[in-house]
Design a protein around this ligand. Structure first.
Ligand code: GDP
Ligand code: IMO
Ligand code: MG
Length: 427
């Protein structure tokens, strides 16, 4: 298998970063294809924690080329900071490249995100990293791409034009302050020498790597329920964090993808606003938050917690074409007498087994639960399928049966080593 995609199947924070790091062990290239530094991926290696926002989590495997793909909205200041943090930990960053087609996420995008959220009556609860405004400009064909940065004079002209337009919007519509274009030009001049050597035409590099039978790993940020088309719109992000997103965001044809790996957390979490059918606003929800340490890696916000929603996972399977599931954080459920799994929605007295498009319907949906028995053992030290308690195995098998997708790996702790293979599909 040469081209693998890792995607989130819920509302993000499933543990994609950890799984990408594990799978990147054998990769020759790791590619981000959408989103930006709204992502927060925590990778733990030998007890040391690394939090990545823009860089693919495979960056810690220094032998693999590391590409920020065309579909990414990349804040260069955040990128350099992240690289400096890695360098301070003694890690190499010389294998990082940015696609010349990627959008430059500008300081005015972050300010716009803040102003739009403050003014909205229907707040999304964004990460305020400028993601929505940057994608707005991209699709309005007003964005600035990395290839335009190379000729600084042209870049400066584009920046000044855009700042002039944005300042009208900020002051006249939102009652905000104008931004200082001179200062912004200077900030970009300061980073020119570090950014420009990283800019490449990545699409041919990625396709050639696949042609040569190299192992290429595409890392999705966010997740299916945050997808701009198929998520809980408008409470979504502004990109396509799905296997289809790879084709547009990395320039790789759909027929070239060999494996689509969906990361499923053993329960559900969500940060930000929007309906959440299995949310638990009681002591069980609090218990999950504490046990799973469910606090946002990007914003520090407490994550909303609830039972596993298999209607959502089935939806994620449908739009992604999952070939494999990696089930994460199963260890967090250790100690429960019973575990609930949502297998359907009841909406106005009718049973529905798929995710509605209208958030008003989702908000009215009541979860239909199947109760499964829990287990008392601490599973974090277990490394083989046979060691797992019978009820933990039953939980995994229930997910496989319901979704029709093999659970190829179970993650039982945050470290690189805390994994249990269930078959040899990810070897
Ligand atoms: P991502 O955004 O999908 O990469 O996920 P995050 O990194 O935001 O959140 C997942 C959190 O759970 C991180 O703190 C991980 O270190 C941690 N984690 C990942 N897998 C496991 C696991 O199997 N068990 C436990 N207990 N923690 C895990
Ligand atoms: P990872 O990759 C969880 C959520 C925000 C908000 C909505 C829109 O770590 O799984 P945005 O800033 O993208 O415009 O915010 O999407 N969100 C995430 N939630 N994990 C993420 O990434 C997220 N990225 C964005 O909280 O509700
Ligand atoms: Mg995260």
């Amino acid at each position: 298998m040469s081209a693998k995609v890792v995607v989130g199947t819920q509302w993000g924070d499933e543990g994609k970063g950890k799984i990408v790091d594990v799978l990147a062990d054998k990769a020759d290239m790791v590619v981000r294809f959408q989103g930006g530094d709204n992502a927060g991926h925590t990778v733990v290696v030998n007890g040391k924690k690394h939090v990545l926002h823009l860089l693919p989590s495979g960056v810690l495997r220094e032998d693999a080329a590391c590409i920020i793909g065309p579909g990414v909205v990349c804040n260069p200041f955040v990128l350099l900071k992240e690289m400096e943090t890695l360098e301070k930990s003694g890690l190499s960053t010389s294998h990082i490249r940015i696609s010349d087609r990627a959008q430059i996420l500008m300081p005015y995008h972050c300010y716009q995100d803040e102003l739009e959220e403050a003014a909205a009556s229907n707040k999304i609860g964004t990460t305020k990293r400028g993601i929505g405004p940057c994608y707005q400009d991209k699709y309005a064909r007003k964005g600035i791409r990395y290839h335009e940065f190379i000729d600084f004079d042209t870049f400066e002209k584009r920046l000044r034009e855009n700042v002039a337009m944005k300042n009208k919007l900020f002051t006249a519509v939102y009652g905000g302050k104008p931004m200082d274009a001179d200062e912004m030009v200077e900030q970009f001049r300061q980073i020119y020498d570090r950014i420009v050597p990283m800019i490449v035409e990545s699409t041919h590099l990625v396709n050639e790597a696949i042609d040569e039978g190299k192992e290429v790993l595409f890392e999705g940020a966010q997740a299916a329920m945050l997808d701009i088309n198929y998520g809980t719109y408008p409470y979504v992000t502004s990109s396509s964090p799905t296997s289809a997103g790879v084709t547009v965001g990395a320039g790789v044809a759909p027929s070239r993808l060999d494996q689509v790996i969906g990361v499923v957390k053993a329960y559900s979490t969500r940060v930000g606003e929007g309906p959440f059918v299995t949310e638990l606003e009681d002591e069980t929800g609090e218990w999950l938050r504490k046990n799973g340490f469910e606090y946002g890696a990007t914003t520090g916000r407490p994550r909303r917690c609830g039972w596993l929603d298999l209607v959502v996972v089935r939806h994620a399977n449908m739009i992604n074409g999952l070939t494999d599931i990696v089930l994460t954080k199963l260890d967090v459920l250790d100690g429960l007498d019973e575990i609930q799994v949502c297998t359907g929605y009841e909406i106005d007295g009718r049973l529905q087994n798929y995710v509605p498009s209208d958030q008003a319907d989702v908000a009215r949906a009541k979860p239909v639960y199947t109760t499964l028995p829990g287990w008392k053992e601490d599973i974090t030290k277990m490394r083989t399928w046979d060691e797992l308690p019978e009820n933990a195995k039953k939980y995994v098998e229930f997910i496989e049966e319901f979704t029709g997708v093999p659970v190829s790996m179970v993650s039982v702790g945050p470290d690189r080593e805390n994994n249990i293979a269930h078959n040899d599909r990810l070897d």
